[in-house]
Design a protein around this ligand. Structure first.
Ligand code: GDP
Ligand code: GDP
Length: 437
């Protein structure tokens, strides 16, 4: 289920982001059409010869602790070594081999990760001999590339795909609920996992972003099996790893890939940030079941309205997920921690819900009877027939006389009616509007 990761590394200006854009094409970033969420262009899913994988442009990772350029490149290379299954090492064929290239090469060689060496900016075959110089880096045949014009990128991707690990089949049974705690550093994800596991299984520290390897923790509660997918996973490697916001988003993305339920952890004491919205947007776009856990509720000064006000703020800041339940918890005092797994189970069940076609059509017809579908220049939309075509999330095909007549607002209305009828708390639902003439 987790897709392999390919990282592009190399010193600045060799053409990493040009290559990234070339490789992922004009694919729409998964968060692009989630309102209020910034588009992220350093990470995308793509495929080549039928293999899907993620690509990350390490040059786009902001690393505030890395002051000098050399340090920055080293950190980016290290992130690639830690995270990637295959590394694309990009060099500039016009500039020739530099000391910085040699340093990165040394790190990559020591890591023993598979590396594909691309020699970029060789726009014309007559320039290709410039690639020979790079044999000395010791990564086999350098591949001459023109990221700008596309030359050689097919050869590069062939090699990348050849080196990808074999497909990773689903690790867990269907009846195991996978739940990931996602959120920015320091909101209390590992503390909550500790509280859930009932033991100090993972190290917790006061410094943002210092934790251990990602670990899946299986557990059973009330006869239901779960796997908690931990996302923090940053190794303690030194100062530069702190504050790597983009990097923690990346970890969240990988966890979202593998999970059924995204438990979005917010810091009750600090409120909601842009990064919270970005991460939640990814979870929705990926079609995961979602719930909010407002943690550190013990530090909040409260009266009888505080929870209500905080929930209202969540509704305002996350308008695209009004259906996600909110639970106020404290990892420290364990307040309501016992309700987290039952909540995960409930949203997971809604996420996997199947609705009988006849029932679904009854609800549709009732909805159309109480609010008539929109019309345009004398033609009225007709809802002909609908049926569920997928679960996780529940996805419905809705056949109409002419899909052009559908309005966003009417779609919203139908979604609300479906939610009223069937619950669906904690899960996105999808309506595919199809013309049947
Ligand atoms: P990054 O810093 O490694 O991400 O590099 P960029 O992708 O931003 O590219 C740096 C510069 O090199 C830009 O001006 C690109 O237009 C240019 N460039 C990238 N790839 C090629 C290429 O294949 N041929 C040529 N001639 N220029 C390129
Ligand atoms: P992570 O980076 O999201 O995994 O966050 P951690 O679990 O490492 O917690 C970050 C800090 O917040 C640590 O100092 C925790 O002790 C503290 N913390 C976590 N949960 C709570 C809570 O419910 N209440 C309070 N007061 N502190 C908490």
């Amino acid at each position: 289920m987790a897709l392999p990761m390919v990282a592009i590394v190399g010193r600045p200006n060799v053409g990493k982001s040009t290559l990234f854009n070339r490789v992922v094409g004009q694919r729409i970033s998964i968060v692009e059409d989630v309102p209020g969420v910034t588009r992220d262009r350093i990470y995308a899913k793509t495929d080549w010869n039928g293999r899907e994988f993620h690509v990350i442009d390490t040059g786009g990772i902001e690393i505030s602790g890395a002051d000098e350029m050399a340090n920055l490149i080293r950190v980016q290379a290290q992130l690639a070594i830690d995270e990637a299954d295959v590394i694309v090492f990009l060099v500039d064929g016009r500039a020739g081999l530099t000391e910085a290239d040699r340093e990165v090469a040394e790190m990559l060689r020591r890591s023993r990760k598979p590396v594909v060496l691309g020699v970029n900016k060789l726009d014309h075959p007559k320039h290709h001999p410039a690639a020979y110089e790079f044999y000395e880096l010791g990564f086999g045949d350098p591949i001459p590339l023109s990221s700008e014009h596309g030359g050689g990128t097919g050869d590069l991707l062939d090699e990348v795909v050849r080196l990808l690990p074999p497909g990773d089949d689903d690790l867990y049974d269907e009846d195991v609920i996978r739940a990931a705690l996602i959120g920015r550093p320091n909101v209390g994800k590992s503390s909550l996992i500790n509280a859930l596991l009932g033991q100090e299984r993972v190290m917790v520290s006061d410094v943002a972003g210092t934790t251990r390897d990602a670990i899946d923790s299986p557990l059973e509660s009330d006869g239901q099996r779960y796997v908690l997918i931990d996302t923090a996973g940053l190794r303690r490697r030194g100062k530069v790893y702190e504050n790597i916001e983009r990097y923690s988003v990346l970890r969240a993305l990988r966890a979202i890939e593998r999970t059924d339920v995204a438990l979005i952890v917010l810091d009750g004491g600090e409120g909601i940030t842009e990064q919270d919205k970005r991460v939640a947007g990814y979870a929705v776009e990926a079609g995961r079941a979602c719930a909010f856990l407002v943690n550190k509720w013990d530090v909040v000064e409260k009266d009888d309205k505080t929870a209500h006000q905080f929930e209202k703020r969540i509704r305002d800041e996350f308008p695209f997920m009004r259906w996600a339940p909110v639970l106020f918890v404290s990892a420290k005092t364990r307040q309501r921690v016992h309700r987290i797994l039952p909540l995960a189970r409930e949203v997971a069940e809604n996420h996997a819900m199947r609705i009988a076609t006849s029932t679904f059509n009854t609800v549709l017809q009732d909805a159309a009877a109480s609010v008539p579908p929109p019309s345009d220049r004398g033609r009225r939309l007709k809802l002909l027939y609908g049926t569920q075509v997928a679960v996780k999330p529940p996805t419905f095909a809705l056949f109409v006389n002419d899909s052009e007549l559908m309005h966003f607002s009417y779609e919203r209305y139908l979604e609300n009616r479906l939610r009223q009828a069937f619950g669906f708390e904690g899960t996105p639902i999808r309506l595919l509007i199809r013309t049947r003439s």
